[in-house]
Design a protein around this ligand. Sequence first.
Ligand code: KG4
Ligand code: ZN
Length: 338
Amino acid sequence: MLILAFESSCDETSVAVVEMSEETRRILSNEIATQIATHALYGGVVPEIASRAHTEAISSLTKRAMENAKVRKNEIDAIAVTASPGLIGALLVGVNFAKGLAAAWNKPLIPVNHVKGHAAAAYLAFPELKAPFFALIASGGHTSLTYVKSPTEFTPVSRTRDDAVGEAFDKVARVLGLPYPGGAEMDRLASLGDPDAIKFPSAAIEGSLDFSFSGVKTAVLNYSNMQKQKEMPIVPEDVAASFTRTVTRSIVKQLAGAYEEYHYDTLVMAGGVAANSHLREAVSKFAEKKGIRLCMTPKALCGDNAAMIAAQGYFEAMAGHFADAALNAKATAGKSVF
Ligand code: KG4
Ligand code: ZN
């Protein structure tokens, strides 16, 4: 099945063509236009600007995705699009474009949940991966440990009660004066600092599998203010390393707790924060120790991209989940996110 997919939920416009079947998972093209440079000027994503930039980029990206995949429109079997969750104006650009194209080309339309899409990126790198599996999904807007019973049935067993982990990385980066989005730069700095330099509070909630990242984020802010007040230096490398160690340990602690409870044998790691090298190393060690098969999304597919939306779109299509002409975008997918 050849799927043309669209992603426009936040600050990346992406269009991909992916071939999916029982045995095949092949990315033919995965074009991404990032708006990071534009939003960096404001220190965060400006929704209105994001919507306009998606509108500007989406037509030419589609042309490029089709050309690079070397396919013609009559070969496309279905069109998938991120319909939730995300910035509403940004989502609407992709949804409307996909709807228009589906109508013009007479193709079935598949709405895809963005967070499920992140987990589906793992299918592209691990062709033999099949649900059920357990997933750590960590991005700028979402953090959970989720049981994926079938490719379309997601049950979170742990979630963040406040900030998402990526959001915490970005806010700490901002305190350190790093450009938006700070996640990748925090990763680099953390490799240069002492992870034991500063003690920050755990993000793992005691007696629960849930997370709270706002406490550790505030602790970094307080530490920074205290150092300034005392006219003491702030070593960004040490702050980044200490914060990263706390966050990484918190995540591994909850993964271990969930393992005790659910005895999962396959763990998928996905989402923008899954690109973090320190987290990758810590989760790899944990999985190795427990004998868990770890399917870590390759770094290139951790961030927002349309290939992952195509992969999830395939499974949604297999489950008969198509949209009609009334498809709308939703900023939130409901209480459970999925
Ligand atoms: O999945 P994603 O691209 O978008 C959302 O769906 O939110 O995730 C973006 C988030 C941002 O917060 C970004 O700072 C973070 O992922 N991120 C990282 C790294 N690369 C991206 N966080 C930590 N370490 C990284 N290497
Ligand atoms: Zn995302």
